[in-house]
Design a protein around this ligand. Structure first.
Ligand SMILES: [Fe+2]
Ligand SMILES: [Fe+2]
Length: 281
């Protein structure tokens, strides 16, 4: 069997350990899953956009995965693609550098079983940074440099309900870069697009292309477009050209509600009283 394990939206912090217990349960389940590869689908941090300490903690956390792993950034790691939710949270060269210092690359291409797995930094899409153009040309090479069917992984969903939708929201990739990426995808043998970000599970096929939204390991999201808010880890059997997707619910993984956690008193998790994680656990 060729097994890919997917973990998403860890939201770890060395000062705010709300989700550390969930992380270690997800990590232990991933380590017990006999994975050929683990992919972490972004939002490793709560405030990695401005915190060396958080990024360093995320690096130490992933070092305790036993299988080979690759990570791609989310908006809580390198910042949002513009226009973003707040002007002070947009992706910058400095934020990219913080990621590179801990994790090296922010994209990857690997073979697992009968599939080619390509992960990209979706936070670059529409950013205009030089790294966006570099990633585009790298992606074109990777998409056409294999005879295998392709799984494309990025942090944000490409769209909510319709590839042609025009709303600009923080929930998914903005329309212009989405259209460009979809043209690339349709010109290659991409069969499955995997994303995190919304902390909710969804599995749909549109125009022959399958889209999988991953549950988080940290807290539950909103039921955007009929998705099911959920904490879980996900595995995909990629032994054959028919992928088998399975959700796993490790014992003790708690469906933490963000509104309840913030007690209606705090806008951001980073504003809450410090509660460092027990990193040894
Ligand atoms: Fe997230
Ligand atoms: Fe996110």
């Amino acid at each position: 069997m060729a097994r890919l394990v997917l973990l998403s939206d860890l939201h770890l912090s060395h000062t705010h350990g709300f989700f550390w217990d969930n992380w270690r349960r997800a990590r232990d389940a991933a380590n017990a899953a006999d994975a050929d590869m683990v992919v972490i689908c972004g939002d490793l941090c709560i405030n990695g956009t401005d915190s060396d300490g958080e990024m360093a903690l995320a690096g130490r956390a992933l070092a305790r995965l036993s299988a080979p792993w690759r990570a791609i950034p989310g908006n809580h790691d390198t910042g949002e693609e513009p226009p973003g939710q707040a002007p002070d949270q947009i992706i910058t060269e400095a934020r990219l550098a913080r990621w590179h210092n801990v994790f090296g690359a922010d994209r990857f291409a690997e073979t697992v079983g009968a599939w080619r797995i390509i992960g990209i930094n979706a936070q670059l899409l529409g950013s205009g940074l030089p790294a966006e153009a570099e990633q585009d040309s790298w992606l074109d090479q990777e998409l056409h440099g294999t005879d295998l069917p392709i799984v494309l992984i990025q942090h944000k969903p490409l769209f909510l309900s319709d590839p042609m939708e025009t709303a600009v929201t923080a929930t998914c990739t903005t329309p212009a870069p989405r259209a460009a990426l979809l043209r690339r995808i349709r010109g290659a043998d991409v069969r499955l697009v995997v994303s995190g970000h919304l902390h909710a599970y969804r599995d749909m096929t549109i125009n022959g292309l399958r889209y999988l939204w991953l549950p988080a390991t940290s807290f539950t999201g909103q039921p955007h477009a009929g998705a099911v808010p959920m904490v879980a880890i996900t595995s995909i059997d990629l032994t054959t050209e028919t992928p088998e997707i399975t959700l796993h619910h490790p014992e003790g993984l708690r469906p933490i509600d963000l509104v309840e956690l913030k007690q209606g008193r705090y806008a951001f998790l980073r504003d809450m009283p410090a509660c460092p994680p027990d990193e040894a656990a």
